[in-house]
Design a protein around this ligand. Sequence first.
Ligand SMILES: NC(=O)c1ccc[n+]([C@@H]2O[C@H](COP(=O)([O-])OP(=O)(O)OC[C@H]3O[C@@H](n4cnc5c(N)ncnc54)[C@H](OP(=O)(O)O)[C@@H]3O)[C@@H](O)[C@H]2O)c1
Length: 334
Amino acid sequence: MRYRTLGRTGLKISEIGFGCGNNAVLMVRATYEDQLRAVQHALDLGINYFDTAFAYGLGKSEENLGRILSEIGASPVVSTKIRLEPEAASDLKATTVRAVEAALRRLQRKSVDLIQLHNRVTVERSPGKRFSVTPKDVLRQGGVLDGFKEMREKGKVGYFGFSGLGDPRALHELIDSGEFHSFQAYYNLLNPSAGEAVPQGFSALDYGRLIDRAAEKGMGIAVIRVLAAGALTSTPDAGGGSSPEPLSPGSDYALDLQRAEKVKFLIGGNIKSLTAAAIRFALMKREVSTVLVGFSNVFHIDEAVACSGAGGLSDEAMARLKKIWESDFGRLSA
Ligand SMILES: NC(=O)c1ccc[n+]([C@@H]2O[C@H](COP(=O)([O-])OP(=O)(O)OC[C@H]3O[C@@H](n4cnc5c(N)ncnc54)[C@H](OP(=O)(O)O)[C@@H]3O)[C@@H](O)[C@H]2O)c1
């Protein structure tokens, strides 16, 4: 396993990270024995970065991960996320503090290495189920950031981050504030716009090279959805994401399956699967600190870990990919 530094935090983290999310339901719904086997296997292979959130099984993922790490006496880098509900708007700082305290209880830890805001960040607040917050909600006095800072002063939180989902303009604003240590970047072969230029009118959301901007600010970057929720695997029928709505606009699972057809040429030589091509592509971006993968079993862990140090895609393959992106996947013509 190779290790990279998480931005200016100085934390040395494995370039493959363990995603304890809702999509791969392992850390939410699998048996205790399967979870224990997977976590131990990942640690044995050198994975030292685990990403969870309250939203993953409404606390189950945090509880399961916390219990297992405590039982086996392991202390890898753990990141978790808080999701604020619309009621939080009346006192964002206090709600943030309470949410972090609750996460620590579930994780059975006195402190957590990295705390992240899970809500989407948008120019205007969006109410309801997908409650999103604005950069002002986060940055103003009495906002989310103040809550994170209070928890840091109390020694309960190491560093702060956010999910790079929502409105790219608002996400750029948070990055430019210089207040955050890391963010999670939606970045994969089917939507590389967080790290590569894409043409105007690209059918997936253009994140405007958020990764490069964040790296300039000394931030760490964790890639999410590297396998497009399963569309970039050999068993795409099994995937699809945990929500009927796409995580990122323009990246519906059905559409991603069609896009994935266009990048299958990457399989060949020492790249034995689309999964490996997708992970090795993300690892090529040196600004990336870790690539989180949603594992469903130990074989998935093995396949991802084998990508570390295996090398990137060839220049020829990258040139072909750039043409595919420039043509917006040939607008999906056959
Ligand atoms: N901040 C956020 O809002 C946010 C959003 C999304 C993700 N994340 C983080 O990023 C992590 C990864 O994201 P993700 O799970 O959503 O998406 P992903 O890694 O793109 O896809 C995971 C899915 O790919 C399949 N898979 C994984 N390894 C495989 C292999 N070797 N061969 C075949 N199939 C394989 C599994 O499908 P099956 O389960 O069907 O086998 C798994 O559910 C999450 O766990 C979470 O930590 C954060």
